[in-house]
Design a protein around this ligand. Structure first.
Ligand SMILES: [Zn+2]
Ligand SMILES: [Zn+2]
Length: 397
């Protein structure tokens, strides 16, 4: 099933909204552009926005689809004249047979394949089309670390398609028989067309490949059986979720055409950066500053956890960067029973803005190291210096 993206909880990027831009404008051609000009413009734009060249760029993918739809309409004489006459309204009934509208599936085939495929018309869709299940939707949800760890209830607004009330999703005006067999294709959904040397099968222009038409379409949904609506949903986020987790709400996607089943809604979790903790799986990391006096003499510091402060014993002669593991103070994952750990990195802080007196004290303190056993007070310097000495000795050999 194709997926339509809903971002940030507000905007829905899908075919329907994108298709509202003027097709000529989309391709950057004049209204009297020749088919050749349209093809040229399409090739250029399709190359530019092709997903292979714009990995992971949703905007480019949408542009690509938009360009493709505009191209498909404007290079089809019948559709182009309908569009010139009625604008987008020409295609709003019953979903497009020509591909590109409907389900919101981006068909990222090779663009030359697309141009070629176009000669063969609806070659890709075989036989009669049935009412399709509605599109799945994806909703990107941003959570704070606390919300993700503890779980929460979130209300979201989803612009979507819902089953039409007056016709109960059938698309036919209430009290009329819902469908009749299409007389153009006799229910086949496809017709034979001649295009130059080719005899090609095309989706029937009358019924858009469905084989059936609604004689008396419902006024609210114009025969589609579904209407646009912004749904408000309550989503229960389980505790322990992390970026990349997905919550499926069955049947909460777009309603299908003509009463076909609805798609699903996927809530895609993204956890925002936290200003204290960094999460890696079920472990949490944080850095805690300590004064160098405490690092030297030992003591206790307060360490933040997601459940409040705890105290951490700083051992005597602690070097900067030393890590301490606090068991069970991490995150209880959504699939695990036990919590991870909190890993605290102590950073020894150099004092700043010293007074004259403090500087004197430090000076005096430094002088106290002078003498032959100064080395033993600075284990790192000692190791480092002898390493440097060996390095230079090796060089001069
Ligand atoms: Zn037909
Ligand atoms: Zn209706």
């Amino acid at each position: 099933m194709p997926m339509v993206l809903v971002t940030g909880g507000i905007k829905r990027i899908g075919d329907q909204s994108m298709s509202k831009r003027d097709f000529y404008e989309v391709l950057g051609v004049s209204r009297d552009a020749s088919e050749r000009d349209i093809k040229k413009a399409y090739k250029r734009l399709a190359m530019k926005f092709h997903p292979d060249r714009n990995q992971g760029d949703d905007t480019a993918a949408e542009k690509f689809k938009e360009v493709k739809v505009a191209y498909e309409i404007l290079t089809d004489a019948q559709k182009r004249s309908a569009y010139d006459q009625y604008g987008h309204a020409a295609f709003e009934q019953g979903g497009m047979g020509g591909g590109g509208f409907g389900g919101g599936g981006a068909d990222f085939g090779d663009i030359f394949g697309d141009v070629f495929g176009d000669i063969f018309g609806g070659g890709r869709r075989g036989g009669q089309q049935r009412a399709q299940r509605g599109s799945d939707l994806r909703y990107n949800m941003e959570l704070t670390l606390e919300e993700a760890v503890r779980g929460c209830d979130k209300e979201i607004e989803v612009p979507t398609l819902v089953s039409c009330d007056p016709c109960e999703g059938t698309g036919a005006k209430k009290g009329t028989s819902s469908t009749t067999t299409c007389s153009t294709c006799h229910g086949q959904g496809q017709v034979q067309m001649r295009q130059g040397f080719f005899a090609v099968q095309q989706a029937c222009p009358t019924c858009h490949g469905k084989g059936k038409i609604i004689k008396d379409p419902c006024n609210s949904c114009h025969g589609e059986g579904r209407v646009h609506k912004t749904k408000t949903l309550n989503v229960k986020i389980p505790s322990g979720v992390d970026t990349g987790d997905r919550i499926r709400l069955s049947g909460e996607g777009e309603a299908g055409e003509h009463g076909a089943p609805a798609g699903d809604l996927y809530v895609q979790v993204h956890v925002k950066e936290h200003n204290i903790f960094e999460r890696d799986g079920n472990n949490l990391y944080c850095e805690v500053p300590v004064s160098f006096t405490m690092a030297a003499l030992g003591g206790e510091v307060e360490v933040p956890t997601l459940d409040g402060r705890v105290s951490l014993k700083v051992p005597l002669e602690t070097q900067t960067g030393r890590m301490f593991r606090m068991r069970g103070k991490g995150v209880k994952g959504v699939r695990t029973h036990s919590a991870g750990d909190l890993i605290v990195k102590l950073i020894v802080e150099t004092p700043v803005k010293l007074t004259k007196r403090q500087k004197e004290l430090l000076q005096e303190f430094q002088e106290s190291f002078d003498g032959k056993d100064a080395k033993k007070h600075n284990p790192k310097s000692e190791g480092f210096l002898s390493g440097v000495k060996n390095f230079f000795d090796d060089l001069t050999k």
